[in-house]
Design a binder for this molecule. Structure first.
Ligand code: GAR
Length: 220
């Protein structure tokens, strides 16, 4: 998906599954609301539907099948080597379900974004929609953050917030939250690509000003 504009932010997307966030990114690139060059999609899961989404758009799609590596160390080394060769300006984790090791995170410090389906720092990890229901939370959502080598950690840039209604179950919540994910991820990626968003010494800056609280978009 290269383009006439050479100075565009060159991004790589890492996925593990369905790739609806990837699809939203692709759609936004196509309708020009997101001005990045998505140079490659990499999946650790050969069955990830997101791979087909990339191929359909002619985007280079690579499988790093975890099960075909000797061990985790070898997998991590090969992934990092591939990324060093690609040399992207931005790495977008879009439903990538492996933790990146500290060597990878250090090599690409300040260049990795992740989206997570909860209002971080609450509900890191899996099954967030069911866990908020079980805990009778009234508010849920999604967060975009810079990545560190800790699970779903790192300074939060923007959050999407929605109320949990009495009739919500994990499926309705997932749907609601994912619609919000597409909005906040596009915003954060666009800010980054325009060099409006950065991180220095663990502190986020937007338009040159430190961000003390994550930006918030509320479900209407
Ligand atoms: C998204 O909801 C994303 O927030 C979540 O995986 C889903 C991927 O969906 N990510 C995490 O849980 C990261 N810890 P998708 O493949 O349809 O974009």
């Amino acid at each position: 998906m290269s383009d006439e504009n050479q100075s565009k932010c060159r991004a790589v997307c890492l996925i593990s599954g369905g790739g609806t966030n990837l699809q939203a990114i692709i759609d936004n690139i196509k309708d020009k609301s997101l001005k990045i060059d998505l140079i490659s999609v990499i999946s650790d899961n050969p069955a990830a539907k997101g791979l087909q989404r990339a191929e359909k758009e002619g985007i280079d799609a690579t499988i790093f099948d975890f099960s075909s590596f000797e061990d985790r160390k070898q997998f991590d080394q090969c992934l990092e080597k591939e990324m060093v060769e690609l040399d992207p300006d931005l790495i977008i984790l879009a439903g990538y379900m492996k933790i990146l090791n500290s060597s990878f995170c250090n090599s690409f410090a300040g260049k990795i974004l992740n989206i997570h389906p909860s209002l971080l720092p609450k509900y890191k990890g899996l099954n967030t929609h069911q866990r908020v229901i079980d805990n009778q939370e009234r508010l849920h959502g999604a967060s975009v953050h810079f990545v560190t080598s800790e699970l779903d950690d790192g300074p939060v840039i923007i959050q999407y917030q929605c109320n949990i209604e009495n009739n919500d179950d994990r499926h309705t919540l997932q749907k609601k939250v994912q619609q919000g994910e597409y909005i906040i991820y596009t915003k954060a990626i666009q800010w980054f690509s325009e060099k409006r968003l950065s991180i220095e010494s663990g502190r986020i800056y937007i338009d040159g000003a430190p961000l003390n609280e994550p930006k918030v978009i509320k479900h209407d």
